[in-house]
Write a new protein. Structure first.
Length: 209
């Protein structure tokens, strides 16, 4: 029997994950059956079950992969001294995440924002997935926190605000932007970048004005 290359195995796994992502984004986790995933991925049951035992493993793999990509992006940006300003950094990290998923669409719209919302919904029911998401969220918060410390040490940001507070706020801005895309359609990351840049420029009014 011919030996299957690692590249072939990786490509097949990618095919399955992409098919599952589209199904979950389109119909949600509970309304999606494994038959739906098989059809979307255009693979046999044996081919899919060789990699994943069911929907739970599929969604855990998808979440883990996305969170890993985000963490890697933050780690790369944090190596710059000082790091890019928050508006540029958010645009770079979010843009990279969206670009990694840009081939996945549902009804002509990007699937990724809808998938994010579906994952959040499932975490309310699935303790294992909630734990995985919390672990990833904590890693992203810590990455942002390190970047905020670098801003403060470089004199780019005020030091009287705890880094974790800034980290949570920046994550909230990104997640809110993804929700808007899920509800109202795609928008370029430059929209978020420019909005953050404008907020960063706010200064108190001159006294007596």
């Amino acid at each position: 029997m011919a030996r299957v290359s690692q590249a072939h195995l990786d490509a097949r796994r990618r095919q399955i994950l992409d098919g599952a992502s589209i199904c979950f984004a389109r119909n949600g986790f509970h309304a999606t059956s494994m038959q739906d995933v098989l059809k979307e991925a255009d693979l046999s049951a044996g081919a899919v079950y060789r990699y994943f035992s069911g929907k739970e493993e599929l969604i855990a793999a998808i979440v883990g992969e996305v969170l890993g990509q985000v963490r890697e992006a933050f780690e790369e940006e944090s190596r710059h001294i000082p790091p890019p300003a928050p508006d540029a950094l958010v645009a770079a990290v979010l843009g990279r995440s969206l670009a990694a998923q840009e081939s996945l669409t549902v009804d002509g719209q990007p699937a990724f924002p809808r998938l994010v919302v579906q994952v959040w919904t499932e975490t309310l029911r699935n303790k294992e997935l909630a734990a995985l998401l919390y672990e990833g969220y904590t890693g992203v918060r810590e990455g942002w926190g390190r970047i905020v410390v670098a801003y403060q040490e470089a004199g780019m940001m005020r030091t009287d605000v705890p880094p974790d507070h800034v980290a949570r706020t920046m994550i909230a801005a990104v997640l809110g932007f993804l929700v808007q895309q899920s509800l109202f359609g795609p928008a370029p990351v430059e929209v978020l970048r420019d909005g953050l840049r404008a907020l960063m420029s706010v200064s108190p009014p001159l006294s007596g004005a």
